[in-house]
Design a protein around this ligand. Structure first.
Ligand code: DX5
Ligand code: ZN
Length: 221
């Protein structure tokens, strides 16, 4: 349930950082792809992901890009298991999500903090992951916007009502200190960037993150 975002990793040693965080216990690798248009930052694309070589955990591409339609095939080809696009970045969300699945990846849809949950209700039958942004996308190390947890709870209810196996993932400002609250809001997958890569001990941090999530589940029964 922990997906380490490499945005805060040391890019001069990216392959080693990915191996280190996998050895430290992350379940997935979260790739923050930014184009400098949809968000005011520019990161990396398929060539960098290819340079990572064989990655022994599923990789999720979080496309914070305009016209995500242009990139679906490329991210599927470099082995991204989930391709997540922003509902705000396309006019034809249903078509884009089916294109992602046709390309052999799972389809994820992400909402910025101010985007209402209702925006993704019509595509619930066509998605595998809902990624709720708890920061304004573009940078790691930001503080979580706690009010967004209300939206997480709302989407959790909607997923339960639908009876579908959809992963509810939260991205932005997740730390050891707040992950229990995020889990109690109904999230089942947690993107953590600076909370891991800026910590002195990746393994101890990931263990603590997982402990907090298990505590949240224990408290909710
Ligand atoms: C922000 C990215 C997030 C971010 C998470 O645009 O989508 O994945 O890197 O990093 P932290 O955990 O540092 O907020
Ligand atoms: Zn992300």
């Amino acid at each position: 349930m922990i997906s380490a975002s490499i945005l805060s990793a040391d890019f001069s040693r990216l392959r080693e950082e990915v191996s280190a965080v996998i050895a430290a216990g992350t379940d997935r690798i979260h790739l923050d792809v930014m184009d400098g248009h949809f968000v005011p930052n520019l990161t990396f694309g398929p060539p960098v992901i290819r340079s990572l070589g064989k990655v022994s955990r599923p990789m999720d591409a979080h496309l914070m890009v305009e016209t995500p339609e242009r990139y679906v095939a490329a991210f599927s080809e470099v082995g991204c298991e989930v391709i997540t696009v922003h509902v705000e970045a396309t006019r034809h969300l249903h078509k884009l999500l089916t294109d992602i699945r046709d390309a052999g990846a799972r389809a994820g849809v992400s909402l910025n903090p101010a985007t209402p949950a209702e925006m993704i209700y019509p595509v619930i039958p066509f998605i595998d992951v809902i990624l709720v942004m708890t920061v304004n996308p573009g940078f790691g190390g930001q503080k979580m916007i706690p009010e967004v947890l209300r939206k997480v709870r709302k989407i959790r209810e909607k997923i339960n009502e639908s009876g579908r196996e959809i992963v509810l993932e939260v991205d932005g400002g997740v730390k050891v200190a707040n992950i229990r609250e995020v889990a109690r809001a109904g999230a089942t997958r947690f993107v953590v960037g600076s909370g891991i890569f800026k910590a002195p001990d990746y393994h101890a941090t990931i263990e603590k993150l997982k402990e907090e999530v298990s505590l949240a589940h224990a408290l909710s029964v």
